[in-house]
Design a protein around this ligand. Sequence first.
Ligand SMILES: Cc1cc2nc3c(=O)[nH]c(=O)nc-3n(C[C@H](O)[C@H](O)[C@H](O)COP(=O)(O)O)c2cc1C
Length: 118
Amino acid sequence: MKIVYASRTGNVESLIESLDIEDHFKIEDGNEIVNEDYLLFTYTDGFGDVPYEVEQFLDHNASYLKGVIVSGDQGYGEAYCQAGDKISKQYNVPCLYKVENEGSKQDIDEIRKVIRCF
Ligand SMILES: Cc1cc2nc3c(=O)[nH]c(=O)nc-3n(C[C@H](O)[C@H](O)[C@H](O)COP(=O)(O)O)c2cc1C
């Protein structure tokens, strides 16, 4: 399945590279259009917030969204990876995996298994 991702400081991008997925693209300004089912990878911003460009993107691409994988940092406590919870709730899709920063080798293996189901 197509993977769409957002990355500001490179962690999610590095995760995507480690997964070795062919069909992927990066959200830059949120104006991109997708016409097929996809999984979204995003980071968490602010205090548990969905990044602005991801909100913009989902505003007009939510109908094909099948699930979200979210990156965050445990240092944010209760706001850890909350962007994924918010997207899951708002668009009624599963939050498939929470990963800290760029993830460990084990995370990458787990994410591979999760996305293989789609
Ligand atoms: C300004 C800022 C705010 C952040 N807020 C949160 C947060 O509320 N919750 C969380 O889990 N991680 C938070 N993070 C951590 C990032 O989501 C995490 O490092 C992520 O891996 C960044 O992905 P990227 O390098 O692909 O942009 C924040 C990072 C920054 C720089």
